[in-house]
Design a binder for this molecule. Structure first.
Ligand SMILES: NC(=O)C1=CN([C@@H]2O[C@H](COP(=O)(O)OP(=O)(O)OC[C@H]3O[C@@H](n4cnc5c(N)ncnc54)[C@H](OP(=O)(O)O)[C@@H]3O)[C@@H](O)[C@H]2O)C=CC1
Ligand SMILES: O=C(O)CCC(=O)C(=O)O
Ligand SMILES: [Mg+2]
Length: 736
């Protein structure tokens, strides 16, 4: 029998699931809908790849691999919550926690030497970074703010920092030598297999990647970021930030771009601490410092040196901070800078947060200040420049009147840059890198220097056709103009534009307003309309999908957590993501300290409703459709009555909002007349819930205010976490 798969993930979403899923299971049970959980948390993903190190009773199934296969089948119906995309720091913390709990998994080896160590690290490297979403995303992306969410924001606008025309905030990006400027692209006329080969100045060849099979019609591109150009760029911009008295911030996507972006991050740290590295670089090498994992890695490793040496180096670092530009802070109380950990500042969320806050970030005194936002590669940086310039000219957007920007994103089958990490290389020596096809012909070629970052990307034809179709479908269904954000002057986009023009002919586009604009022009066009309350669909590639589905939602409705985020799978199944944001580590912190979870599960309510509708169609189960429709109505009511979680301890939190959702959902089921059995089942439940509203609320509020112990962070104790997330006896007994 087919079922709905619910993912168990990490941090705040996983906490919320412990409260919400029992409600869902009770509500859908009698409709014959089975909900099964699959564990794709970071801890479970680690345990799944090291069965050979575990006792029989500790072994877990590889649920991610299972879901990856399921996503290719028509029966797939998966609710996907956000998970941790682990930086090395997070990965090591999870490993240490599991080891302390008696799982004899191996440690990550910083400098693997033996084959066994290399093999262990290879397993860990597959878990690092964005290792879940790319596996499940066998379809393109449809993300939008439902009407009820927009209306809620219009009536209850979130805070929005004012913009002034003399703001010094700006984006700094490279003008030459970056990925954008060096890109070359071809569309394959026939299927082939390619080899990526590096030849050094003496003619010695190294195979970087062998026999990569490619399909007919696939677009491949290759490009290189010059290390020299990058370092010069950092030196110039860092000095400029200092000279102009603005904060210095770096915005990367070290999770999704897990090979290239940590390397770039490392260069930024070394340039910022140039004098320190000139003097102590050798010592750092000896103690295994790797600032590709951030400046925090240097701080951590210093502890290995004798105390006198530590003091000497810390003084040198203090001097560098003194002489350098002021860094934007992640946490000024704890002294965590923007350069500490690559996964602390993730561009999709960090740039919109800055734009929402008058273009400012936090300085070391905990005050807001104008910022230089450094985004080295210029491929997409221009959209932020254009948005910032727009705000300087017109002031901040007004959530009470602004329109909306839904997105249709090319994403399926690891499209474009987000699928490039197995084809990204830090170049060992000067020479040339070629992509050579099965016939021996060179398809793409770049001269490279030692330290450059070279990469190849793929975009398969079937996902592109599906993406164009989805764009037309959404434009038609919502009667909204749609803009393809593609730059005819960029090599990859030029290839894509040819396909878009071809595949648009497969559809009836009469009466639709469809355009192709460069990302900067598209930003301007969209922002103009947005300000005037008009809606515009952005149809974009994978990176812009990621950026735009945080940028516009954060400006429009305050957070991307409130987005409907659907992935119609190419083989007919459905993947329903719960919002477009992440796992909000700060929310867990608050729960641990004050027993208040401010995480909003709205995205999850929306995802479940479409999943139920999909289930109904796929299984001819009319009850599922009624459950979906009533759930949507309950969500509308929850918004209308403002029963979302508050940010402050002692007020309604995530658990309380789940209670209201359950009550409204039961009421909607009791009030509908399409299915008598559901009506009869839920009428008494609705009554019990509303009769006990004040008792339940009291139980949910009384427990707040003091710390909670969950028995772990990455592998919390199931009993403790369930107790913490289901604290109302009255509510639990009604549900049961
Ligand atoms: N789909 C996925 O699996 C994704 C995973 N990630 C991962 O999540 C982690 C954190 O990423 P980060 O970039 O900090 O982004 P997050 O989206 O987790 O957090 C950014 C901020 O947005 C607000 N926010 C996000 N979701 C909610 C919600 N449901 N309810 C209320 N507020 C919300 C919070 O603001 P405030 O603190 O002010 O309340 C939060 O601090 C990383 O490990 C990242 O890789 C990121 C994106 C997507
Ligand atoms: O998978 C990840 O690491 C992040 C995904 C993300 O940010 C997105 O899809 O919007
Ligand atoms: Mg994102």
């Amino acid at each position: 029998m087919s079922k709905i798969i619910y993912t168990k993930t990490d941090e705040a979403p996983a906490l919320a699931t412990r409260s919400f899923l029992p409600i869902v299971q009770n509500f859908v049970k009698s409709a014959g809908i089975n909900i099964e959980t699959k564990d794709i948390s970071l801890a479970a993903r680690i345990l799944a790849v090291f069965p050979d190190f575990l006792n029989e009773d500790q072994k877990v199934s590889d649920d991610l691999a299972f879901l990856g296969e399921l996503a290719k089948k028509p029966e797939a119906n998966i609710i996907k919550l956000p998970n941790v995309s682990a930086s090395l720091t997070q990965l090591k913390a999870a490993i240490a926690e599991l080891q302390s709990k008696g799982f004899a998994i191996p440690s990550y080896v910083d400098e693997p030497k033996t084959d066994a160590e290399k093999e262990i690290n290879a397993r860990y490297d597959k878990i690092k970074g964005s290792a879940v979403n790319p596996v499940l995303r066998e379809g393109n992306s449809d993300r939008r703010a439902p009407k009820a969410v927009k209306n809620y924001a219009k009536n209850n606008p979130h805070s929005m920092g004012a913009w002034s025309s003399d703001s010094k905030t700006h984006v700094a990006t490279m003008e030459a030598g970056d990925f954008a400027h060096n890109e070359k692209s071809v569309t394959l006329p026939e299927a082939t297999s390619v080899t990526i080969e590096h030849t050094d100045a003496n003619g010695n060849k190294t195979i970087l990647k062998d026999k990569l099979n490619l399909l007919k019609g696939e677009i491949i591109d290759a490009t290189v970021l010059s290390k020299k150009a990058l370092i010069t760029f950092f030196e110039t911009e860092f000095a400029d930030a200092k000279a102009n008295g603005v904060l210095l911030s770096l915005h990367m996507k070290a999770t999704m771009m897990k090979v290239s972006d940590p390397i770039i991050f490392g260069h930024a740290v070394r340039v910022y601490l140039k004098d320190v590295f000139a003097k102590y670089g050798k010592t750092f090498e000896e103690i295994g410092v790797d600032v590709n994992n951030g400046y925090g890695n240097l701080v951590e490793n210093l502890k290995e040196l004798p105390e006198a040496k530590q003091i000497e180096i810390k003084a040198a670092i203090d001097a560098a901070f003194e002489n350098g530009a002021d860094l934007a802070m992640v946490n000024s109380d704890k002294g965590i800078t923007n350069l500490h950990v690559p996964s602390d500042v993730i561009i999709d969320a960090s740039m919109p947060a800055m734009i929402r806050t008058s273009g400012q970030m936090w300085n070391a005194e905990g005050k807001l200040q104008d910022t230089k936002a450094v985004i080295p590669d210029s491929s997409y940086a221009g959209i932020y420049t254009a948005t910032i310039d727009f705000c300087k000219k017109h002031g901040a957007f007004d959530p009470t009147t602004m329109g909306t920007v839904p997105n249709v994103g090319l994403m399926a089958q690891k499209a474009e840059e987000y699928g490039s990490h197995d084809k990204t290389f830090e170049i060992a020596s000067n020479g040339v890198v070629k992509v050579i096809d099965a016939s021996g012909a060179t398809l793409l070629e770049h001269n490279v220097e030692a330290g450059d970052i070279w990469r190849m990307c793929q975009a398969k034809d079937a996902p592109i056709q599906d993406w164009v179709k989805l764009a037309v479908t959404r434009a038609r269904a919502s009667e909204t103009p749609a803009v393809f954000w593609l730059d005819e002057n960029r090599a990859h986009d030029a290839e894509l534009i040819k396909k878009v023009n071809t595949y648009l002919k497969d559809h009836d586009t009469t009466g639709l307003d469809l355009r192709i604009l460069s990302p900067i022009d598209a930003t301007l066009f969209t922002c103009e309309r947005l300000k005037d309350g008009k809606d515009t669909i952005s149809v974009s590639g994978n990176v812009l999908r990621d950026y735009l589905t945080d940028l516009f939602p954060i400006l429009e409705v305050g957070t991307s957590a409130k987005m409907l985020s659907i992935v119609p799978l190419m083989n007919g199944g459905g993947l329903f993501e719960t919002g477009a944001g992440g796992s909000a580590p700060k929310h867990v912190q608050q729960l641990l300290e004050e027993n208040h979870l401010r995480w909003d599960s709205l995205g999850e309510f929306l995802a479940l409703a479409v999943s139920l509708e999909h289930f109904s169609l796929a299984n001819s189960n009319p009850k599922a459709s009624i459950l979906g429709k009533t759930l949507d109505d309950a969500t509308d009511k929850l918004l209308e009555n403002r029963k979302g979680p508050s940010r402050k301890s002692g007020e309604l939190d995530n658990r309380g909002s789940h209670f209201y959702l359950a009550m409204y959902w039961a009421q909607e089921l009791a009030n509908q007349n399409e299915d008598e059995a559901l009506k009869a089942e839920f009428a008494p439940i609705a009554k019990q819930l509303s009769d006990n509203e004040s008792v339940i609320l009291k139980e949910l509020i009384d427990i707040q205010g003091s710390p909670v112990d969950l028995g772990g962070y990455y592998e919390p104790n199931e009993d403790l976490i369930n107790q913490a997330m289901r604290p109302s006896k009255t509510f639990n007994s009604i549900l049961n």
